[in-house]
Ligand binder design. Structure first.
Ligand code: DAH
Length: 351
């Protein structure tokens, strides 16, 4: 038994000396003191010893046990010390390699590039660009658009209302605009017809943020208003939809209309785009339908003309609103809408 204990002592002191990492030392500790470890097992054999032997072996065992524990503790401290010394020599102020060797230059954000592309397309057709307030009155975002106060159709938009505080407006009438559709009642109200206008800008909704939804997003919207005899029809809407899609996706792009309710247009349609990935066959991205919805549109409702002091018997018009962020995600296979709002350098440099 004495020999066995001495052997363990010799072998393990050597092992401890040779080890150079905390991980090695943890392993040695378990080999000795863990369940079924060498030191853990030894006392089980003491019952076989005579009284005299036990009196001798007991203190030896305790001494070796303490010696080994102490050797591990001292070695651990030594390894730690070495590690700190090595770290002190490191230069943590160094720039990451990516920034070191590449001179970085700014460029327009992908969404801004896309905005320019679309604005240029429609400028060619004689559309002028307009901006409307982001902080908007209920009147322009809803009421003029045939969505009366407390009407259930308001539920179609999850709206962020703003505290009116000391402002001289009716309480509860101030909001973050939910769509770019607020720009055309503002123009119509001024009475400067004919109108051939467009707006590309931010909108806001009370949304839970995830890969497909954001509280802040872009819309592109057009509105055309003219005299009844100018015959503004659904055919114009169809032409403009294909013009946009082919302008951004190429000649093969196609649109289709589905009847859809929007309070400010009659008839109203949802516009789908032929899936750019499967060309209509049905795939994972279009959920097997071959199409995906990109816009809402229709002929302006007579009540919108009335609300903006234009005679619906004399005037007619069309309006059309489209979500460019979603289109960009599809075009470039961007899987998360949050990239548009975050300053992620890898994303920004890619486009
Ligand atoms: N403003 C609508 C929305 O954000 C989209 C829309 C639908 C715009 C029909 C239009 C239209 O101009 O005619 O949900």
């Amino acid at each position: 038994m004495e020999e066995k204990i001495s052997q363990i002592q010799k072998d393990f002191l050597e092992k401890i000396n040779k080890s150079s990492s905390l991980k090695d030392l943890d392993k040695i500790f378990i080999e000795l003191f863990g369940k079924n470890g060498e030191i853990d097992q030894l006392p089980k054999e003491f019952s076989k010893l005579s009284e005299d032997e036990r009196r001798k072996i007991g203190p030896l065992f305790n001494q070796v046990k303490q010696e080994l524990e102490e050797a591990i503790r001292v070695k651990r401290e030594g390894v730690r010390e070495e590690t700190y010394k090595a770290l002190e020599k490191e230069d943590f102020t160094m720039q990451p390699p990516r920034l070191q060797h590449k001179k970085r230059q700014g460029h327009l954000h992908l969404a801004t590039q896309f905005k320019k592309e679309i604005i240029d397309l429609f400028a060619k057709l004689g559309f002028s660009q307009f901006d409307a307030p982001h902080i908007e009155l209920d009147k322009y975002n809803f009421e003029d658009l045939n969505i009366p106060k407390d009407h259930p159709s308001k539920d179609m938009w999850d709206t962020l209302y703003i505290d009116t505080g000391n402002l001289k407006v009716e309480p509860g009438s101030l909001l973050l605009r939910t769509h770019t559709s607020n720009f055309w009642p503002r123009l119509m109200e001024k009475g400067k017809t004919p109108i051939r206008a467009m707006s590309f800008d931010r909108c806001f909704r009370y949304e839970n943020i995830d890969a497909r939804h954001s509280h802040t997003f872009n819309q592109f919207e057009i509105a055309v208003v003219g005299q009844v005899n100018q015959a503004i029809t659904m055919a114009n809407l169809k032409y403009l939809s294909d013009y946009l899609l082919q302008g951004i996706l190429g000649k093969e792009a196609k649109s289709r209309f589905r009847p859809k309710y929007y309070p400010f247009v009659e008839p109203g349609v949802g516009i789908d785009c032929l899936c750019v990935f499967c060309h209509g066959k049905g795939c994972k991205i279009c959920s097997g339908t071959g199409w995906f919805e990109i816009a809402g549109a229709g002929l302006i409702h007579p009540n919108v003309f009335k609300a903006t002091n234009l005679d619906p018997k004399k005037y007619t018009g069309l309006a059309w609103g489209f979500g460019p962020d979603r289109m960009l995600m599809l075009k470039h296979e961007i899987e998360d809408i949050r990239f548009f709002l975050e300053g992620d350098l890898e994303f920004l440099e890619k486009f």
